[in-house]
Design a protein around this ligand. Sequence first.
Ligand SMILES: *[C@@H]1O[C@H](CO)[C@@H](O)[C@H](O)[C@H]1NC(C)=O
Ligand SMILES: *[C@@H]1O[C@H](CO)[C@@H](O)[C@H](O)[C@H]1NC(C)=O
Ligand SMILES: [Ca+2]
Length: 410
Amino acid sequence: MAMSNLKRTHWMRSVVVFLCALSLVSGKVRTSSYSNSWRDLLFGSKWLSVAPRESRFLPIFTVVPVGASGCAAPSGEQGNCMPSKDCLLRSGIPGGPCGGGGYGVCCIFLQTCGGIIRENSTYFVNPNHPDVYDGTGSCQVTVQKLHPDICQLRLDLDMFSIAPPDPANHLCNQDQLLVSGGSPTPTICGSSTGDHMYVDAGLGQSNPIVLSVITSGTFPRLWRVRVTQIHCGSISRADQGCLQYYTAISGRVRSFNFNSVSGRQLSNQDYSICIRNERNFCGIQYNACADMENNRSRSFTISGNSNNPVGTMVGGGGGSFASSPNACTNDWLMMGCIRSADRIPPLPGCEDRVCGGTFSAEAGMLAKTVQSSVRPFRLYFHTDGVEAPNDIDNRGFCLDYVQQPCTNGF
Ligand SMILES: *[C@@H]1O[C@H](CO)[C@@H](O)[C@H](O)[C@H]1NC(C)=O
Ligand SMILES: *[C@@H]1O[C@H](CO)[C@@H](O)[C@H](O)[C@H]1NC(C)=O
Ligand SMILES: [Ca+2]
C-alpha cells in the first residue's frame, strides 16, 4: 500500500475516500488490523464499536451534497440547494440561504415560452410573471429528462388561471393547457390552482414532453406550474395510469376548474384519480365538500341543470335512454361498488357510476356519505363534449375522502 503517496496529495481526503471504500465492502471483506489502526488514528477507539454498516453514515462522510437537493425559498417557491455560483451558472435565481453552514442558496428555476427545462423542480410561468399575461399564441416549454431513469413528471399547478371554457358546452375553445409527448392528459382551461397531474415520461431517453399554454383573445392569465422529475424507483412515483395521485388517509379530490360559484365542469375529460391505500385501511368514504357559497350545494353537479335541484343519478343504464332516464351515460364519476354508508344493514346492491346534482350512491334528492371497499381506491371521471341544452351550469365535483380502518364492515 503506497501510503506515502496518499500523504503527499490531499492526505485527509484520500484517506477518507479509502476508508469509505473499505466500509462499503466491509460487509463482505474482513477489514484488516492494518486498516483498523488507521481508523483508530483518525477517529479514535470509538470507531471499533461502530458496526461496519453504520460507519458509512458517520458525520465525516456526510460532506456537502453533490447533487442538488430540494429546498424552499422564503418566497414559497421550491428550489434546489446549491452553491450560489452554480445557481448563477445554471441561470437560476438565488432565493435565500439553505443547506446550513453557509453552504448555498435555494436556487429557483423559471422557464417561460420557448424555454427548455433542464433542472428538477423548474417552474413553467407565464410571460410577465408574476404579472398577468394578456397575449395570444402558443407558449411552450420542453422538458428534458435529468436522467434516463426518470419515469414520471409531476405538474403542480401552483397558480393556474387561463380563460374559462365556453358557457354552453364547457369546451376549452379559447385557452388550453396541453401536455404532449407523455401519457395522455386531459386538456384543461379555466382556474385550477392547487391541482396536479402526473405524466408518464416513458422509459429511457424518450421524446421530450412539451407543455403548452395556447391562448386566444384577451384574458388576464397567470400560471406557475412546477415540474418535478420522478425517478422510476422513487417512493413518490404514482401508480400506473393515475393522472392524479393522493397519498394521505384523508383529503380532497376535485375536478379541474372546479369552483362552486364560477367553475364549469370541463368537457372531454377521461382520467383516473388514485388514492394510495394506506396500511391498515381497507375501505374509503366520500362526502361532497361543504359548499359555503350557495344555499343549495353545488359541490357535486355533473349532469342536469344545476340551477334547479337535481337528484342523484346512478348506473350506466342498460337498454334505451328512455328505459333508464336517470342513468349516467354522458358524464359520470365511476367509483368501485359504492353504497350509502348510513344503511344498516347495507343495501345488497351497489353502484359504480354516479352523476346528477346530488352526491349519493342511490337515486334521490338526499346527499349521503358513500363508501367503497374496492381496492385500489380509484375514481374515473368521464365527460363527453356536449352540455347544452340539457346540462346547464354544472360545476363538476369536489369530494372529501377518508380511508376506513380494516375493522368490521371493511
Ligand atoms: C426532484 O425533486 C423532488 C423534490 O423536490 C425529489 O423528490 C425528486 O427525487 C427529485 N428528482 C430527481 C430526479 O432528483
Ligand atoms: C340564498 O338565499 C337567500 C334567501 O333566499 C338569497 O337572498 C341569496 O341570494 C341566496 N344566495 C345564493 C348564493 O344563492
Ligand atoms: Ca357533458
